[in-house]
Design a protein around this ligand. Structure first.
Ligand code: KIV
Length: 271
């Protein structure tokens, strides 16, 4: 008999069941082993290895520069840490927009080389062929509509999307298309709460919101933002649950002080 307690893993089916019984889905990003260990142990449902790693881990202004190899590195570090959560990985900019064969190859590399459970892709009808091909290979796909940061140079700004009826209508149609193709969920980023509510109610698959109001079936935040590691980044949609910047800053200053004053290491901290 095994002494290890069985951990019930979250799957795409679990998320579907959660939507059906009205249980909200909690998703956070992670990009490395240590952070993912804490996030998984805390009981998160879904870990997103987001291409926001380009911003918060590498310091780029946009998500565009991160490469497929770098996403695989982050994803495999996260996968090694998790016991329970579903791990979804962003297909980075340039790894799927060219054609559906390239998209499939990119998705296969992520699944094979990182051990993750699903991929996420930004866009609607225009990437339908690629989504179908990836799904046909048995790889679960999560969609992403609204503010899609890989298109930031088309939008020109990170402001709320789909405020105008034409864009709202395209988003409604894209959401249905993604569901019909077989996506297991859709991230809705920075759109009016009323539109997100309407879309969430019209779909049988779960929606995960970020800046899209409380009626989505789940919520996602970038972990650095919600832990207050990104000093000064305080958009309206963000609830900051800790101020780790200040806590870490104080700890590091204490360490520097202790080293300079020869207080660290003391006799008990040496061999
Ligand atoms: O890359 C990311 O972190 C994301 C979330 C903001 C949804 O796509």
């Amino acid at each position: 008999m095994s002494v290890h307690k069985e951990v019930k893993r979250i799957t795409t089916n679990t998320l579907q069941e959660m939507k059906q019984r009205g249980e909200k889905i909690a998703m956070l990003t992670s990009y490395d082993y240590s952070m993912a260990t804490i996030v998984d142990d805390a009981g998160i449902d879904v870990i997103l290895v987001g291409d926001s790693a380009s911003n918060v881990m590498a310091g780029h202004e946009t998500t565009l520069p991160i490469t497929l190899d770098q996403m695989i590195y982050h994803a495999s570090s996260v996968v090694r840490a998790i016991k329970r959560s579903l791990v979804v990985v962003d297909l980075p900019f340039g790894s799927y927009q060219g054609n559906s064969k390239e998209a499939l190859n990119s998705a296969i590399r992520i699944m094979k080389e990182s051990g993750a459970h699903a991929v996420k892709m930004e866009g609607g009808k225009e990437i339908a062929e690629s989504i179908s091909r990836i799904l046909a290979a048995g790889i679960p796909v999560m969609g992403h509509l609204g503010l899609t940061p890989q298109s930031i140079y088309k939008f020109g700004t990170y402001t709320v999307r789909a405020k105008e009826e034409a864009e709202a209508q395209k988003l409604r149609e894209d959401a249905i298309t993604l569901q019909e193709l077989g996506c297991f969920g859709i991230v809705l980023e920075k759109i009016p709460a009323k539109l997100a509510q309407e879309v969430s109610q019209s779909l049988s698959i779960p929606t995960i919101g970020i800046g899209a109001g409380r009626h989505c079936d789940g919520q996602v935040l970038v972990i650095h933002d919600m832990l207050g590691l990104n000093k000064g980044f305080r958009p309206r949609f963000l609830r900051q649950y800790a101020n780790l910047y200040d806590i870490m800053n104080e700890a590091i200053k204490s360490y520097i002080g202790d080293v300079k004053s020869n207080d660290f290491p003391n006799e008990k901290e040496q061999y």
